[in-house]
Design a protein around this ligand. Structure first.
Ligand SMILES: O=CC(=O)O
Length: 373
């Protein structure tokens, strides 16, 4: 006969197991690797979670690849920048514990989607929060390129202004807004997603009369979008989805705003540039790979178009003074600053942290890119 207060063996084992699980839960932390310090407003979202062990690349520079590969084994989540390649090497180094990659960017051409999908790793990115900033910059570059800002600011910066007398037609370029001389203004968009549409909204008060766009009708619902845009902006006299050739021939400003990757590689090439109006301006605020830099430099040199404003260059950041586009006086080149407003970067860092947290905890990501297997 057992003692009246004795604990049965099975119940003892169960309680030991429960306490072991609870001990594991409190001591086992999810390993998180972050490749840039996201600052005092955002890092606490990660650091203040007791269930996370957060390891951050300690330098104020692009994360070293060797450090990254040595640090990620066993990670549940990694938060990266555009500079980090997410490929089979990365994913194999992280191992099967990896649940989510969160990139602080809207673009994801640095990530191999197939490799992520095959391993069941989710991908978070940061759409919407940078749309306005990039649309603002797109219009700024259209203005800068049309108004010869590289040459003219150079004159002031180099102390040459005293040598220049005002002359009736010096430094003139094509006006962005419509005028009695030029009542028709056509914006052409290569890719017609959120940023293109926000750019168009900014061009309406400039008196733009026509909107042309290219894009995959299945990817962004572009089959009905023309009618929606026309209804939204009754001042437009035409909104049409067109071929690339038509877009090149008819646009006063071409905005390159499609995702990078194989499908769009050098979509703006010599053939496209040769068809542009001599007074037209090309703006690229998406990815450098969409534009053939040598072809654009030749086009500007030979006057096939008026000017170009580019925030992205193929091969960046290795773009020095000897780059053919940096040498072109009618090409304004910026160092990929499209989303660089305080508001936008804070929004991106916050969303990237939220995507990471949700992915690690197995919850729906606020902004997940749907991967197809
Ligand atoms: O280029 C910037 C981004 O993709 O966020």
């Amino acid at each position: 006969m057992s003692e009246p207060n004795a604990v049965p063996a099975a119940s003892l084992a169960q309680s030991r197991l429960t306490s072991l699980v609870s001990h594991f839960r409190t001591t086992h932390k999810h390993k998180i690797v972050v490749t840039r310090n996201l600052g005092p407003d955002v890092m606490p979202l990660l650091l203040n979670r007791p269930e996370f062990e957060v390891i951050t690349w300690p330098e104020d520079s692009v994360c070293d690849r060797d450090w990254f590969l040595k640090t990620i084994p066993g990670a549940s989540g990694i938060l990266v920048m555009l500079s980090e390649k997410i490929n089979p090497e990365t994913l194999d180094a992280a191992g099967p514990s990896l649940k989510v990659v969160s990139t602080m960017s809207v673009g994801y051409d640095h990530c191999e989607l197939d490799a992520l999908a095959q391993r069941g790793v989710k991908l978070g990115h940061t759409p919407d929060v940078l749309t306005d900033a990039v649309a603002d910059l797109s219009v700024m570059l259209a203005l800068m390129a049309g108004r010869n800002s590289k040459e003219t600011t150079g004159i002031v910066q180099n102390g040459q202004w005293p040598n220049f007398n005002w002359a009736p037609f010096s430094f003139c370029g094509p006006q962005l807004s419509s005028s009695s001389f030029n009542p028709t203004r056509t914006a052409g968009f290569i890719g017609f997603g959120r940023i293109s549409q926000a750019t168009l909204a900014r061009l309406i008060p400039f008196g733009f009369t026509h909107c042309l766009f290219t894009g995959n009708p299945n990817s962004s619902g572009t089959s009905t979008i023309a009618a929606e845009i026309q209804a939204k902006y009754p001042s437009l006299k035409g909104v049409r989805r067109v071929s690339l050739d038509e877009l090149a021939k008819e646009s006063d400003v071409v905005f390159v705003l499609a995702p990078g990757g194989k499908e769009t590689y050098h979509i703006v090439n010599e053939g496209f540039l040769r068809q542009m109006k001599k007074t037209a301006v090309l703006v690229n605020t998406s990815r450098g790979t969409l534009v053939d830099s040598d072809a654009l430099a030749k086009a500007l040199r030979e006057g096939w178009l008026w000017g170009a404003g580019i925030d992205v260059v193929e091969g960046e950041p290795n773009v020095g003074l000897d780059h053919p586009l940096v040498k072109e006086p009618r090409c304004v080149v910026l160092p990929h600053i499209g989303s660089a407003t305080n508001e936008s970067r804070l929004g991106m860092a916050t969303l990237a942290a939220q995507n990471l947290i949700a992915g690690v905890l197995g919850e729906p990501l606020p902004a997940e890119l749907q991967l197809t297997k």
